[in-house]
Design a binder for this molecule. Structure first.
Ligand code: PBG
Length: 324
């Protein structure tokens, strides 16, 4: 296969040939769209650090979901801003909490939409950590009970899938057991299996008002320097009963997505997080990059690395581009 016998350019000379040998594709149904839900009525407010992303009150959800469906995006993942926060994050598992209401509204009005929920306490605790505290430490095992209560309350409200993002040890088996005991054995768990302590979550913490009030999340989220540890994390979640393994963030962790894809036979999801979105939007706004092209290339790269599913704030925009 040496030049001039093999000329790679032969198969690149027109779009028909290029598309014939294209190895990776992206379809709207592979993207999951994150939604931020807040209390009130008639609210649709843009997140300042995430242009194009809106925080919605419950009455605005059905319209948004219908728009997604019309574009072929068939799943959303919900994040909630509760009315009140407390030390134990009780708003996360309240029967009439913001997410529980949001799920019921969506499943009532737009039943075809697959509704996944983020299971975590950081949006609901007054200290902003992802679990309950002993002193200034997040108490792993005491948090498990609160997380499984949260997941169960989401299932009871009608959630189609739960996605624990807290990074406590042992949460997948605990949540699986509690769901199964209550006959929710058909509700899949998408585990944020490999979630790094990343600076790319900055804009999300504005959107969801969940920045830690002291310290940081490095005692529970993973060290960005580590890759073999990602395999240990994923192995645990497989053994504990996860249905989908997620890597988060995406673009700086393509090697991790690729390793998980090669090492495990479960579907792999990747979360293109708020900071990744904000970088592209900001540079595009300045006219420094071609926004839609960079968006498409970044999403395709995440697919090429091995992600089956991508959680992305670009889901609607990308689906529109795929249509055009
Ligand atoms: C909750 C959670 C976070 C994100 C998803 N779930 C924030 C965090 O861990 O600090 C980040 C998503 C994003 O940045 O888009 N624990």
């Amino acid at each position: 296969m040496v030049f001039p016998e093999y000329r790679p350019r032969r198969m690149r000379q027109n779009e028909t040939l290029r598309s014939m040998i294209r190895e990776t594709r992206l379809a709207p149904e592979q993207m999951m769209y994150p939604l931020f839900v807040l209390p009130g009525k008639g609210i649709r407010e843009e997140v300042s650090s995430m242009p194009g992303v809106f925080r919605l009150s419950i009455d605005q959800l059905a319209k948004e979901a219908k728009e997604c469906l019309a574009l072929g995006v068939r799943s959303v993942i919900l994040f909630g801003l509760p009315e009140k926060k407390d030390a134990l994050g009780s708003g996360a598992y309240a029967k009439n909490g913001i997410i529980q209401q949001a799920i019921r509204e969506l499943k009532n009005k737009v039943p075809e939409m697959t509704v996944a929920t983020d299971v975590c306490l950081c949006e609901y605790t007054d200290h902003g950590h992802c679990g309950c505290l002993v002193g200034e430490t997040v108490d792993n095992d005491a948090t498990l009970e609160l997380l499984s209560k949260t997941a169960l309350s989401h299932a009871q409200a009608g959630a189609d899938m739960v996605a624990p993002s807290d990074m406590m040890d042992g949460r997948i088996s605990e949540i699986r057991a509690v769901l199964d005991e209550s006959s929710y054995h058909m509700v899949p768990i998408m585990s944020y299996a490999v979630k790094y302590a990343s600076a790319f979550y900055g804009p999300f913490r504005d959107a969801a008002e969940c920045a830690p009030q002291f310290g940081d999340r490095r005692s529970y989220q993973m060290d960005p320097a580590n890759s073999r540890e990602a395999l240990r994390e994923a192995t645990l979640d497989v053994e504990e009963g996860a249905d989908i393994l997620m890597v988060k963030p995406a673009l700086s962790y393509l090697d991790i997505i690729s390793r998980l894809h090669d090492e495990f036979d479960l579907p792999v999801a990747a979360y293109q997080v708020s900071g990744e979105y904000a970088l592209i939007q900001a540079a595009a706004e300045k006219g420094w990059i071609d926004g839609p092209k960079v968006m498409a290339e970044s999403l395709l790269s995440i697919r090429r690395a091995g992600a089956d599913i991508i959680l992305t704030y670009f889901a609607k925009e990308m689906a529109k581009l795929l249509r055009a």
